[in-house]
Design a protein around this ligand. Sequence first.
Ligand SMILES: Cc1ncc(COP(=O)(O)O)c(C=O)c1O
Length: 374
Amino acid sequence: MDHVHERLQRELIAREEAQALRRLTVSQGLVDFASNDYLGFASDAHLKKMILAEIAEMPFFGSGGSRLLTGNNAYVELVENEIAAFHDAPAALFFNSGYEANSGLISTIVHRHDFIFYDAFIHASLREGIRLSGAKAYSFDHNDVDSLQRLFEIHKGNIFVVTESVFSMDGDIAPLSEILALTEKYHAALILDEAHATGVIGKRGEGLAQHLGLHSRIFARVHTFGKAIGTNGAVVLGSTILRNYLINYCKPFIYTTAPNYLQLAAVRMAYRYLVTIQEPIRRLHHNLKCMKDKLHSVTYAQPVSTDSAIFSFIVPGNAAVKKLSADLRIAGFDMRPILSPTIPAGSERIRICLHAFNTDEEIRGALQLLQTKI
Ligand SMILES: Cc1ncc(COP(=O)(O)O)c(C=O)c1O
């Protein structure tokens, strides 16, 4: 066994030498410009009361098995139906995480002789699905419709296009209508990850596809609950044929314990909150406008994008961006560095995630501090 540990240690040391070693940290007492809890749902006292009241009525906590055995119940189906209705989709299927939903969806529905055209910046969970599918996969340049068009001209067959609404590194938004138009022109099917758009884009946080009125033309949409929804889990939205297919063939759905009642209640109440109490979304949108206005008046480097709740500033080099993040922590702000190899070397970033609960003063303070440091 020692030789295995030696090998692992060697690889960890190499990471450390590249200033890229990942560590688990606990942050307390810092101004949160780092979490994906865009609406503050993860710590919302009113929502917590709603969740506790909901689960107080329930006879069980755990689901007791996988969905195809004893884990299915009326409650999980009710939650799926309500989420499908909110997102105006024919059907929804619940997964324990966005990672499982994305990797399970793609690896199940795309077959070995199919083609996948995917945006060069998609999330690791989508990439994992592509890898597991064994399909012939080609990336198109990030958000570049001409690059996608070229792929359609070269490769013929059964084609799936995979992209995200809001990209997690820079918060920029996909040109969805153009991508969808091309997908339809070539009779392909679009898979859209709405992780960072859920709860953020649209008046009720319904996501980009619905906000633009394009949702009914998209083959599959994935909404995740670990970000603005404040808990964890995900749904795949699509036709009832797609839902039935996943129930039959998707291993990360079949061979895992069904979501427990606590998780389902948290998701259900968060969606109810989105519909009934729109104050958090209004505050988030107010803060986004406030951030953009303030950025206009600063002279230093601008963020890569101002389209969503994510603002990234390029600070090349792992060492430089890690030092910046550490300095910001000392000043009381939690902003995380994005390091290579997660992104290409030389394009390392410091990322601000904006929330409904951030105050005007915090936003001003963060930007002033960045101005002195970048
Ligand atoms: C774009 C994107 N898709 C999917 C996921 C995975 O979702 P989850 O955290 O629910 O597994 C994430 C984040 O972690 C993400 O940023």
